[in-house]
Design a protein around this ligand. Structure first.
Ligand SMILES: NC(=O)C1=CN([C@@H]2O[C@H](COP(=O)(O)OP(=O)(O)OC[C@H]3O[C@@H](n4cnc5c(N)ncnc54)[C@H](OP(=O)(O)O)[C@@H]3O)[C@@H](O)[C@H]2O)C=CC1
Ligand SMILES: N[C@@H](CC=O)C(=O)O
Length: 230
């Protein structure tokens, strides 16, 4: 049985859903793939818990009662010593955490991220992440950066790798703007109310100004452009 340790940063819409999915599929992974997938670390912006045996269905109560104040460096140091296969999952929109990826990789973590920031920082940093991941034989995965669950990033990556020239990519790149404007055009509701609904339903970024300003779409386009070798 292969033991896989997951450290999940961010327990909002995306993080919470992932935690529930991992807990639900625990038996499946054990029986079908001989993988014991354990969530051994959870963090939000202020608190963290570490539990080597893995959190269970009661994780929210455990986090509330046992979560300790997060002192960033001490937190990273404490789990960096665990030797087994470990994956850091970034389900935040934090720039600070994005800037910590190289450190996480150098401590032996694979990284899976929904957060678009690292892939849209300076190209030198973008390359550094990939170089260290390749050097240490670690995975850096970010399929949900564009299109959420749709396999868009990987498809473009594979097309580019196989020598195709991508001349055009078109689509609707913002779930929140699509949601807000399609309702705005059909319903007699205030824009502020629809924005609030989009936030509550989990469509927007943690700071919805990132969606309204076009920054979120710009980030997605930059990520795709880089995948397409531009
Ligand atoms: N919503 C969607 O459909 C999709 C979202 N994404 C991406 O997923 C990410 C998360 O989105 P979402 O779940 O909606 O956001 P939420 O606002 O619901 O959750 C964000 C979580 O991140 C935590 N957090 C913030 N800073 C840090 C930090 N430095 N360290 C640890 N935890 C931190 C927050 O903690 P606290 O509560 O303490 O602030 C909170 O738990 C974003 O980058 C978004 O772009 C990607 C694809 C689809
Ligand atoms: N805020 C984003 C969510 C996923 O990236 C969007 O509106 O599409």
């Amino acid at each position: 049985m292969k033991l896989v340790h997951l450290y999940i940063f961010g327990i909002g819409n995306v993080g919470k859903t992932l935690i529930e999915q991992v807990l639900e599929s625990h038996t499946f992974f054990k029986e079908k793939h001989e993988i014991d997938l354990r969530i051994v670390g959870l963090a939000n912006s202020t608190h963290t818990i570490l539990k080597e045996s893995g959190v269970g269905e009661n994780w929210q109560n455990e986090f509330k009662s046992k979560g300790i104040d997060r002192k960033p460096d001490a937190f990273y140091e404490s789990f960096a010593t665990i030797p087994d296969f470990k994956i850091a999952v970034d389900a935040t929109a934090s720039k600070d955490l994005s800037l910590y990826y190289v450190e996480l990789l150098s401590k032996g973590f694979h990284i899976v991220t929904a957060n678009k920031i690292a892939n849209t920082l300076h190209y030198t940093y973008y390359k550094e992440i990939r170089e260290i991941a390749a050097f240490k034989d670690l995975r850096f995965e970010y399929e949900t950066n564009v299109g959420a669950a749709l396999p868009i990033v990987e498809s473009i990556k594979q097309l580019y790798k196989s020598g195709e020239e991508i001349v055009k990519i078109s689509g609707v790149f913002s779930g929140s703007l699509g949601y807000i404007f399609s309702r705005f055009s059909q319903e007699e509701k205030q824009f502020s109310q629809l924005l609030q609904d989009a936030l509550v339903d989990g469509y927007t970024e943690p700071d919805p100004r990132d969606d309204l300003s076009g920054m979120d779409v710009a980030r997605k386009l930059l990520i795709l452009a880089r995948e397409a070798g531009m």
